[in-house]
Design a protein around this ligand. Sequence first.
Ligand SMILES: C[S@@+](CC[C@H](N)C(=O)[O-])C[C@H]1O[C@@H](n2cnc3c(N)ncnc32)[C@H](O)[C@@H]1O
Length: 177
Amino acid sequence: MLALFVAALLILIVVLILAFIFTGFITDFLGAPFVPTSSKIIDETLKRANLKKGKVFIELGSGDGRVVREAVRQFKVNGTGIEINPFLLVFSKLIAKLSNVSVKYESKNLFSVDLSNTDYIFLFLLPRTLKKLGEVNLKKCKKGSLIICHGFKLPGWEEKLVDKIDRKTFPTYFYQK
Ligand SMILES: C[S@@+](CC[C@H](N)C(=O)[O-])C[C@H]1O[C@@H](n2cnc3c(N)ncnc32)[C@H](O)[C@@H]1O
């Protein structure tokens, strides 16, 4: 009986690991793999963005939810994280609940999000994903909104660049619509 239980548990663990790897491949194909931004960079970037209390902050591809969670915790913005990987979503919701931070996480494809009412948009995505977003979705975002583009430039938005944090590996670019 115990052997059966252990075997079932092992099978469950293997299935979960395989599902996690598989969803990783899918999200990579859809937009970007999961690579978390470090706490130090989050703090520096959010401070530089000069976030205002009560404004709408959205993170497209929120991973484990850390960036939007910090934006809400430190600056009291109205924050939402959009993530397609169900494992990361569950984890994000759990951490937000445990740390008592009121942040919303939604299971969505980032290309289907309405950005017309958003003040800050945080992106850490592959250049090909940014290009597509910049050509279509971001064109529809509110005038004056700040697009915080971590890691890579937003192709075609050079004229809207208002600030930059230089770093050896991943710089951060700030664009004002
Ligand atoms: C490089 S990670 C960044 C995570 C987080 N923003 C951070 O800075 O720590 C990119 C995230 O985007 C998610 N992603 C990729 N394609 C997506 C899509 N089409 N819709 C929603 N999320 C997506 C991935 O699952 C991954 O968690």
